[in-house]
Design a protein around this ligand. Structure first.
Ligand code: ATP
Ligand code: MG
Length: 508
């Protein structure tokens, strides 16, 4: 097989050809079946990516076409496929049943319900693999997709249609960030698809309960391929999730958000299957085309043109690193095919800085143009402030006499770090984020002790809610901080601060 066979066009052509060739009722025989992999003889015209059928309603997926053999992964009940069994072509590619009935449901990548809510009502089938929209079918990313986290929405803003990687070691808050981003879409009309790959069943159950409790489950579809499921199931999960989002994007013209949690486990599942198929392993024993696999998947994220209905798919793939090593094979691959990354760091996480975003190396290459002006106005100097803080913080440990400027920078940095901390499940509206960041970045609250920042912020935002609803509304309407608002914000913040500091002084 030449390289040509791997191009999008040829896959697309093959998909179209399947319908025609479906009549070619070829059948063959299983010559070996072990570990969920079947070697088959006698299907001369079968295509890569085609589904084949075994006895008892068992299906397989063609992975490799060799000279005299076809190698398939068996999708379910693989031990029932025996040597000598018959095998037939189906003329179809892998599909997933789609429809509005999927909302609020948990399914496996084949489409079977995994919750206790009965059969899933669907009305169409979408191919799991599909070529990505071309340049003319897209438009630039312009509308923000707010996560509700100050540090993300200000420093690494995400736009609808963007691909932003969430990357970090084990237990650094990756899933929490992604799930909170889903929760923050509750009233935005965005439909979310959460794909769990190789996770513990209990983790997913808890996450579904979280979504339900926050009223976000009814706009979300969960595709679950738990750690206990076969490698082929875990391999298929992201394609099923992507196809479901495509249905809502193309057919229903909706904005969608897809989380792949995580692609490290997806790569591992693919490696597992490939080794069983005795394909030659490449770097870190991954098959050579794993890069191509992930880039094809993530290319399907898009902001569609107005002609196509202007729907979108924002993708947040997650990658787990070992010991912060982003130069390993899979991390570098996925970094290179996304529009930026949010890097979560174990050291920060363990020091209580949550979300543990490393502001120095986290970037968003396209989201800035989607960011609201008022957010840009308050986040302008934030990255530099934080970077200077980290740098000076390290060196101030060895020095006792610091100049006034350094002391001021350290103080401000410490305050901003406190201000950017945010608890799980506490997403903030953009307008509140702006008020909060305005207070911090404009040096209006440098005399608030860092241990009181959290309490101060809560009080300040409550003050705006209760007494200055007009100012909040005006911010939302204008989307920017003009001279008038600048003055008003300043006055209210300073007034509240005075009360707060007096109040806390009297409490002490
Ligand atoms: P894993 O590598 O196991 O998948 P992860 O990186 O996805 O982990 P999470 O499961 O999201 O990490 O979070 C780990 C723990 O930290 C959880 O108990 C979660 O509740 C807690 N946590 C994460 N983010 C925050 C936060 N912003 N505030 C408070 N707790 C948090
Ligand atoms: Mg996780």
């Amino acid at each position: 097989m030449g390289m040509k066979d791997f191009s999008f066009e040829s896959i697309q052509q093959k998909i179209e050809r399947f319908d025609i060739e479906a009549s070619s009722d070829e059948s063959g025989q299983v010559i070996e079946s072990a570990d969920g992999i079947a070697r088959v003889r006698g299907l001369p015209h079968v295509e890569n990516g085609e589904m084949v059928e075994f006895p008892n309603d068992i299906y397989g997926l063609v992975f490799n076409l060799e000279k005299d053999e076809v190698i398939c992964a068996i999708l379910e009940r693989h031990t029932a496929v025996r040597e000598g069994s018959w095998v037939k072509r189906t003329g179809r590619v892998m599909e997933i049943k789609v429809g509005e009935g999927l909302l609020g449901r948990v399914i496996d990548p084949i489409g079977n319900p995994m919750d206790e809510k009965g059969p899933v009502a669907t009305n169409a089938a979408y191919p799991m693999e599909r070529s990505a929209p071309g340049v003319v079918e897209r438009q630039p990313v312009r509308v923000p997709l707010a996560t509700g986290y100050k540090i993300v929405d200000s420093l690494v803003p995400i736009g609808r249609g963007q691909r932003e990687l969430i990357i970090g070691d084990r237990q650094t808050g990756k899933t929490t960030l992604a799930v909170d981003a889903i929760i923050n879409q509750k009233d935005t009309g965005v439909i979310s698809v959460y794909v769990a790959i190789g996770q513990k069943q209990a983790t997913v159950v808890k996450l579904v309960a979280d979504l339900a409790r926050h009223g976000a489950l009814e706009n979300t579809v969960i595709v679950n391929a738990p750690a206990s499921s076969p490698a082929i199931t875990q391999y298929l999960a992201p394609y099923a999730g992507c196809a479901i989002a495509e249905y809502f994007m193309y057919e229903k013209k909706r904005d969608t958000l897809v989380i792949y949690d995580d692609l490290s486990k997806h790569a591992a599942a693919y490696r597992h299957i490939s080794l069983l198929m005795r394909r030659p392993p490449g770097r870190e024993a991954f098959p050579g085309d794993v890069f191509y696999l992930h880039s094809r998947l993530l290319e399907r994220a898009a902001k569609l043109s107005d002609d196509l209905g202007a729907g979108s798919m924002t993708a947040l793939p997650i990658i787990e690193t070992q010991g912060n090593d982003i130069s390993a094979y899979i991390p570098t691959n996925v970094i290179s095919i996304t529009d930026g990354q949010i890097f979560l760091e174990a050291d920060l996480f363990n020091a209580g800085v949550r979300p543990a975003v490393n502001a120095g190396i986290s970037v968003s290459r396209v989201g800035g143009s989607a960011q609201q002006k008022m957010m840009r106005q308050v986040s302008g100097t934030l990255r530099i402030d934080l970077a200077q803080f980290r740098e000076k913080e390290a060196f101030s440990m060895f020095s006792s006499d610091l100049d006034a400027e350094t002391i001021a920078q350290l103080k401000k940095g410490k305050l901003m770090v406190e201000l950017l901390k945010q608890n799980k499940g506490g997403p903030m509206a953009t307008v509140d984020q702006v008020i909060s960041l305005y207070a911090g970045t404009r040096n209006l609250i440098s005399d608030v002790p860092s241990e009181s920042v959290d309490e101060f912020e809560k009080g300040l935002l409550a003050r705006f809610q209760e007494k200055h609803g007009d100012v909040r509304r005006s911010l939302v309407e204008k989307g920017s901080i003009d001279k008038d608002l600048e003055e008003t914000l300043r006055t209210i913040i300073l007034e509240y601060k005075k009360e707060f500091l007096d109040g806390s002084a009297s409490r002490n």
